[in-house]
Design a binder for this molecule. Structure first.
Ligand SMILES: NC(=O)c1ccc[n+]([C@@H]2O[C@H](COP(=O)([O-])OP(=O)(O)OC[C@H]3O[C@@H](n4cnc5c(N)ncnc54)[C@H](OP(=O)(O)O)[C@@H]3O)[C@@H](O)[C@H]2O)c1
Length: 278
């Protein structure tokens, strides 16, 4: 049997949360602008996954991209993170809910597999639970059946990850977390990921760190390299090994966010930003 193709992961992910009716048009614009990684979730409360699927179909028809060009990531969300618009039977066991949610995601996205399937958040903030283990095992089965290529977890602490690892189950390929500069840009979790070859996906890099954007250190670096403060934050994120997400609704910001990939910060600048707030 030949080895599966290595999964190519783009350097930036376009996030589709909170766009409601604008989801199809904005996702299509993001693809036209050059994004090749799309993050969504089967959680109608915050995402319109069917709208992402509409954008994909329109982009394929227009010849902008093909499925093979894309990295599609979606999520399984527990019932406590959902509203009444559930993608599964709430009376079913968790493993069945995962299978139903995945089937619904594939239908929404018009594909037979996604590239990454993420547990949106563990059942408890306090630690990795039996419920999480059951869901994770069901996600592994989805992967083994070819419906996703990689697996991830989101909104996790170092404690969650350590407990998950101690149970001896398969490690995630991705961790997706809100990244606060005041916590050393999630230093503990990033360290855990780096030691194990897990890719850390950072979101809310701008919205969780508004004071950073106004800091004179960032302003100085931005002036030196002819970039915006937001671009400096994204360039920093890449420099420390993160895979950043942006959910911009603005065409110029889409170009700027992708443009940040071409920026290089000096090592001392990266260090200074890393310890700017914590
Ligand atoms: N796993 C989870 O629980 C979870 C939670 C939250 C988010 N996410 C994912 O992460 C994605 C991104 O969410 P987010 O919280 O990082 O961001 P977001 O809510 O999409 O907001 C990004 C903000 O940054 C601004 N922005 C972006 N690029 C900019 C630029 N170049 N210059 C100035 N402002 C800029 C945007 O304004 P403009 O629109 O005006 O550009 C917007 O206000 C979501 O869509 C979702 O896919 C996951």
């Amino acid at each position: 049997m030949s080895a599966p193709d290595p999964v190519s992961v783009p350097a930036f992910l376009y996030g589709t949360a909170w766009k409601e009716d604008r989801t199809p048009a904005l996702t299509e614009l993001a693809l036209r602008t050059g994004f090749r990684g799309i993050d969504t979730a089967n959680q109608r409360r915050h995402y319109f996954e069917g709208g992402v699927g509409q954008a994909l179909a329109a982009s394929y028809r227009a010849g902008v991209v093909s499925r093979a060009d894309l990295f599609l990531q979606t999520k399984f969300t527990y019932i406590n993170g959902q509203d009444h618009r559930l993608p599964y039977d709430p009376a079913a066991d968790l493993a069945t809910q995962v299978a139903q949610s995945m089937a619904s995601s594939l239908e929404h996205l018009g594909t037979d597999h996604v590239d990454s399937y993420v547990l949106h958040g563990p059942a408890s903030g306090a630690g990795w639970t039996e419920a999480d283990a059951e869901v994770w095992a069901a996600m592994v089965r989805e992967r083994d059946a070819g419906r996703t290529r990689l697996l991830g977890v989101s909104n996790v602490s170092w404690r969650h990850l350590t407990q998950m690892a101690m149970t001896g189950i398969e490690a995630p390929a991705f961790v997706q977390n809100r990244c606060f500069a005041v916590r050393g840009w999630d230093r503990d979790v990033r360290g855990f990921c780096q030691e194990r070859g897990i890719v850390y996906q950072g979101f809310s890099l701008l919205t969780a760190n508004r004071e950073v954007l106004g800091d004179e250190l960032i302003a100085g670096i931005a002036a030196r390299i002819g970039a915006t403060p937001a671009q400096v934050v994204f360039a920093f994120a890449r420099a420390v090994g993160m895979l950043p997400l942006t959910g911009t609704s603005d065409a110029e910001h889409m170009r700027q966010d992708l443009g940040s990939l071409a920026l290089t910060l000096a090592p001392d600048e990266v260090e200074a930003i890393e310890s700017l707030m914590g």
